[in-house]
Design a protein. Structure first.
Length: 217
């Protein structure tokens, strides 16, 4: 099967000795190489990216100067200046308002909730509290989570956390290479309790927070 995008003639002599950074700097300064030179530079250096975008040689040749310059700028930016990552938002529910004391938190995580904008999907997982820990009627009223639900559907924390990581490590559509190394997880006010409780519970189970996981607020 022939490939959709095939590099052909060599770049014009004017660009043969230029690096990607040289070209990007010129574009940032408003200096645009000739259209034919831009096309040949793209063909020489960005074959894989063009195939991923579904841009054939015919489509490239049909682009005017404005579109071709914009494409070249995007290709250079993505390869050298952009920082790939996966983005999620999250929220936790607790067995009660947590207070951190010398012996650790007074409450436990009873639900993980994550949202992936890239997939437009919500993930929710109930966590079964340790034996003897019960939730109050006030917490049930606030969260609609009952003691029966936790006992029936809740998972032990290690199993629930594994499901969370399976979700976070699922590749996203058209993500940049290396995105799996930066998992950006955001919440509103999460650093006050959510993140602290996650870290403490992981340590209590002899587990570690992956270095790729970055929490934001």
């Amino acid at each position: 099967m022939r490939r959709a995008f095939i590099p052909r003639a060599r770049a014009p002599k004017a660009l043969q000795n230029y690096t990607h950074l040289d070209i990007f700097t010129q574009l940032q300064l408003g200096i645009h190489p000739p259209l034919s030179a831009q096309r040949q530079f793209i063909q020489q250096h960005f074959e894989e990216e063009m195939e991923r975008r579904g841009i054939t040689e015919a489509k490239l040749l049909a682009m005017d100067g404005r579109l071709c310059t914009r494409l070249l700028r995007q290709l250079l930016f993505e390869r050298y200046l952009s920082v790939p990552f996966r983005l999620f938002t999250f929220d936790l529910e607790f067995t009660g308002p947590p207070v951190f004391g010398p012996d650790g938190p007074t409450e436990e995580i009873m639900e993980f909730g994550f949202y992936s904008p890239a997939h437009d999907k919500v993930f929710s997982c109930l966590v079964r509290p340790r034996k003897g820990r019960r939730i109050s009627p006030e917490v049930t009223t606030l969260t609609n989570i009952t003691e029966e639900m936790l006992q029936r559907d809740g998972l032990p924390f290690p199993e629930a956390w594994k499901k969370v990581m399976d979700v976070l490590l699922t590749p996203e559509p058209e993500e940049l290479p290396g995105a799996e190394e930066r998992l950006l997880v955001l919440s509103h006010g999460g650093k006050l309790a959510d993140v602290s409780l996650i870290k403490w519970t992981l340590e209590a189970h002899g587990m570690e927070l992956p270095p790729s996981l970055v929490f934001g607020d």
